[in-house]
Design a protein around this ligand. Structure first.
Ligand SMILES: [Zn+2]
Length: 314
């Protein structure tokens, strides 16, 4: 099945989005169509090597090129979560994959036999929003992805800022030093109150009722459930505080918000913009915008980078 994409014409490439739960892969043809999008559960090995995932990428590449044998990919774009040095293609630490100091770009390039790019998943999604989506046209913009966790990509003066892989960990910026413990070891990280995962988890903890994700909590809040209203309100307060700090320090023109929670639309954006505007005085007030590219933004970013690598080498 082919998906219409805003990617446009360019070199045919393979793109893989390696997550802690599953690996998504697709072949992108010369017209920019996404062919054969498929998903397999990620094999996370015990011994902190990437061998199992490399084997899965080889299998996916083989099945994609067999099923679409009229398309010959010239490069591979890979993305993964964690602390990733994009320029060196190195994973410092990827907790969900159990990887430490893995030179993954080089390993994957040898395994797949093609020029390969490797980048942090949220930065790739952010780069795709900048090139093709809601962040297009801005040179100072932050793209926040709110899902199970929370991270962001930062474009300053038209350049993506990654700081060797350590920038953009917005979920682990602290909103309350006496707050809830976070998986990272700190307390009161933004992610513990404002990620979609935390909103759903906190509701279940307080009510013993598993909601249908963060959207379910929002629906309960809109129907008048006081606990859901409290959790949703605290998430909005924490997000607004963080956005106000970003506005004071980096002064972006816009903040684009994607991920599952952003699908709440005006129920998220209207109260959030109101809270942010109430916190700011002389600052540049960032325009809050929903992301446009949806769940395949990361895969698009991976494809864009693979195509860009081929142009560099041309
Ligand atoms: Zn944390």
């Amino acid at each position: 099945m082919a998906h219409a994409l805003p990617l446009g014409p360019g070199a045919p490439v393979l793109a893989f989005d390696i997550g802690g739960t599953d690996i998504k892969g697709a072949l992108i043809d010369e017209a920019g169509q996404l062919l054969g999008l498929r998903r397999v559960p990620t094999i996370v090995s015990e011994d902190a090597t990437a061998d199992a995932v490399l084997g899965q990428l080889q299998q996916l590449a083989t099945s994609l090129t067999r099923d679409f044998d009229q398309v010959t990919p010239l490069a591979v774009g890979l993305i993964a979560p964690g602390i990733i040095d994009d320029s060196r293609g190195l994973v410092h630490r990827a907790v969900n994959l159990n990887w430490t100091e893995v030179p993954f770009r080089q390993l994957a390039s040898s395994a797949l036999g093609l020029p390969t790019t490797f980048c942090h998943d949220a930065r790739a999604a952010g780069a795709a929003e900048v090139a093709l989506g809601a962040a297009r046209g801005f040179s100072d913009v932050i793209v926040i992805v709110i899902g199970t966790g929370l991270s962001c990509s930062i474009l300053l003066g038209g350049r993506l800022h990654s700081a060797g892989g350590f920038a953009g960990e917005l979920g682990h910026s602290i909103v309350d030093p006496r707050g809830l413990p976070c998986a990272c070891g700190a307390r009161g990280c933004l992610e513990t109150v404002a990620s979609a995962g935390a909103i759903a988890r906190r509701y279940e903890e307080l009510t013993d009722t598993p909601p249908h994700g963060a959207r379910g909590v929002l629906e309960f809040a809109e129907a008048g459930d006081p606990i859901a209203q409290q959790i949703w309100g605290e998430a909005l307060d924490a997000l607004a505080l963080t956005i106000a700090q970003l506005a004071a320090v980096l002064a972006p023109d816009a903040i684009v918000i994607g991920g599952g929670l952003a699908q709440a639309g005006p129920a998220l954006f209207d109260p959030l913009q109101k809270r942010v505007d109430a916190l700011l005085t002389f600052h540049r007030h960032p325009l809050l915008k929903p992301a446009l590219l949806g769940e395949n933004a990361g895969l698009l970013g991976a494809a864009l980078q693979a195509r860009a690598r081929l142009k560099e080498n041309a």
